[in-house]
Design a protein around this ligand. Structure first.
Ligand SMILES: [Zn+2]
Length: 245
């Protein structure tokens, strides 16, 4: 995939990320059972839990959580205002109260918070920001890690969705006879809310080196070159699939 223009955002799509996780060989469909996919060998503890290893890690992110961020099972929100241990505790308290957030750790060293989302749950950045209150602001100029879902107002139709994809640095074959189908598969369109959701990952080598424009401000600016607007960011837990009745 070639990307042109200085403003090209180096991102890769989490192509069918949820479906890929559902292919987990460990997951055995049982009739009538409700299964959660994408989890580790260990069952997640009930309720929100703070990662003690992250608290001890030099970078504020333990190896296990870092791996989960890389594999797009954990998410990261860069935060301003994290200066003391009390700040970390306050952020963690707020995160623990956000519906859907499961494991979490806030860190001054990391300059943000890392967290997982429970199976079948969807957490919005706006909900996290609301829980955090005014003291801890999302750092929209900070480099992002891992992946997230961009919620874009006005991208609930194929044409504007293509414009957003292109603004994000993707080449779209508009002449392809399958283009409508392909875009509708890539972009989750909500006709009621008039939004399109784009799953993106910032896991390119360039992004890791900090060269890519992988900040919320840069992404919002890219989307704003179209008629659409970045209105929120989503973090999705692994899909819950029910078999049988
Ligand atoms: Zn951790």
């Amino acid at each position: 995939m070639s990307r042109g223009g200085a403003a090209a955002v180096l991102i890769t799509f989490v192509l069918g990320g949820v479906q890929a996780r559902a292919d987990d060989p460990k997951a055995e469909p049982k009739k009538g059972a409700k299964l959660t996919f994408g989890e580790d060998d260990e069952a997640p503890p009930p309720g929100p839990v703070r990662c003690e290893d992250c608290k001890k890690a030099e970078t504020g992110l333990c190896a296990k959580c870092a791996k989960k961020v890389d594999s797009q099972h954990f998410f990261f929100v860069p935060l301003k205002g994290l200066k003391t241990a009390e700040d970390e505790a306050a952020v963690e308290k707020a995160l623990g109260g956000v519906e859907g957030i499961q494991a979490f750790a806030a860190s001054r060293k990391l300059k943000g918070a890392v967290f997982s989302v429970a199976g079948g749950k969807h957490v919005l950045l706006s909900a996290i920001e609301k829980a955090l209150g005014a003291k801890f602001e999302t750092d929209r100029k900070a480099r992002l890690l891992g992946s997230a879902r961009l919620v874009v107002e006005g991208a609930n139709e194929v044409t504007p969705a293509i414009a957003v994809l292109e603004a994000l640095g993707f080449e779209v074959d508009k002449k392809s006879p399958l283009i409508d189908k392909a875009v509708k598969k890539l972009v989750a369109m909500d006709q009621e809310k008039k939004t399109g959701s784009f799953n993106v990952s910032w896991l390119t080598a360039e992004a890791k080196k900090g060269k890519a424009t992988n900040t919320l401000d840069a992404l919002a600016a890219a989307v704003a070159t179209t008629k659409c607007k970045l209105v929120d960011v989503g973090f999705d837990g692994p899909a819950e699939i029910s078999f049988g009745k």
